[in-house]
Design a protein around this ligand. Structure first.
Ligand SMILES: C[S@@+](CC[C@H](N)C(=O)[O-])C[C@H]1O[C@@H](n2cnc3c(N)ncnc32)[C@H](O)[C@@H]1O
Length: 272
């Protein structure tokens, strides 16, 4: 089987089984938002989340192109005490900070972040389109004055910090993208707010770590957010999802997107 046989489709089945069908080095970017191992949902229960993730990381190193990237979502300990180093290089543990998350207990601090472990495959320089994901600088004047005269980390000398007018690197703590709530217009259906990821979050990943025409794999596609974002940004995708109801939801989101894109293209040709 070639990737062309399954590209731009969501296949229904178990990710570990289906991943075997992907030829070596066929994928530019993996967005992996699978089990976290923390809820009561049957699909979220795995014996050891770390061992499960290690299996995935091993497979991703095979299916990724040299320099390809994988973003693995999870909780703070999702890659602790496993040795992923023979397979992929860990570049960042991105913290997705959600300050509005409600308190979850009285005996410990509320967990209000998820981790996205950003890995790259060896053998070539990884794609990182910084200009596509810049965020606004802090423009408050006093802060700016203070920042403009800071000692250099290298030699301690004071110098003028130059601001890039196009914005700054978003860094590895992302607090500017909100989790969806049951009221979000973007939700495919109200009860899905605990699993569906915001398009903006996936957009940042797809824009940074892939180029138009690249192949994006989401082995736990859920409601199809990665697929929708990838298509909108001119990438191809392959999605796997075990729950047939979610596959249906993802497919209807994709058909809606195709209709929107066709309508937009028709508008453009009207004005030509
Ligand atoms: C956190 S959700 C993904 C949500 C998705 N990012 C979205 O925005 O809709 C994880 C998904 O993985 C699916 N899943 C869990 N175990 C799976 C497996 N072994 N193979 C394929 N899909 C699986 C679940 O059904 C669920 O839809």
């Amino acid at each position: 089987m070639t990737v062309d046989d399954i590209k731009n489709t969501i296949m229904c089945g178990d990710a570990l089984e289906l991943l075997r069908k992907i030829p070596d080095g066929a994928i530019d970017l993996v967005v992996c938002d699978g089990p976290y191992g923390v809820t009561e949902k049957s699909w979220d229960r795995v014996e050891s989340i770390q061992e499960y993730n290690l299996q995935l990381i091993h497979i991703f190193s095979r299916v990724l192109k040299a320099g390809g990237a994988a973003y693995l979502f999870g909780k703070h300990n999702c890659i602790d005490f496993i040795d992923y180093r023979p397979f992929l290089d860990l570049v960042n543990r991105i913290v997705w900070y959600q300050p509005a998350r409600l308190g979850q207990g009285r005996k410990r601090y509320t967990n209000n972040h998820d981790i996205m472990a950003y890995f790259v495959n060896r053998g070539a320089e990884a794609t990182f389109n910084l200009d596509a994901i810049r965020v606004p600088q802090l423009v408050e004047l006093e802060h700016r004055m203070r920042c403009e005269r800071v000692p250099s980390v290298r030699n301690g000398k004071y110098g003028k910090t130059r601001f890039n007018e196009k914005g700054k690197n978003p860094g590895d703590v992302w607090g500017d993208i909100k989790q969806l709530t049951y009221k979000s217009k973007e939700l495919a259906s109200p009860e899905l707010h605990t699993i569906q990821k915001p398009e903006k979050l996936i957009e940042r990943i797809v824009k940074a770590s892939s180029n138009p025409g690249d192949m994006v794999l989401d082995p736990f596609a859920g409601t199809g957010t990665t697929a929708v974002v990838a298509r909108r940004l001119g990438r191809d995708f392959i999605g796997f999802e075990i729950n047939p109801n979610y596959v249906e939801i993802a497919e209807s989101r994709l058909s809606r997107l195709e209709e929107e894109m066709e309508a937009a293209a028709a508008q453009v040709s009207l004005f030509k």
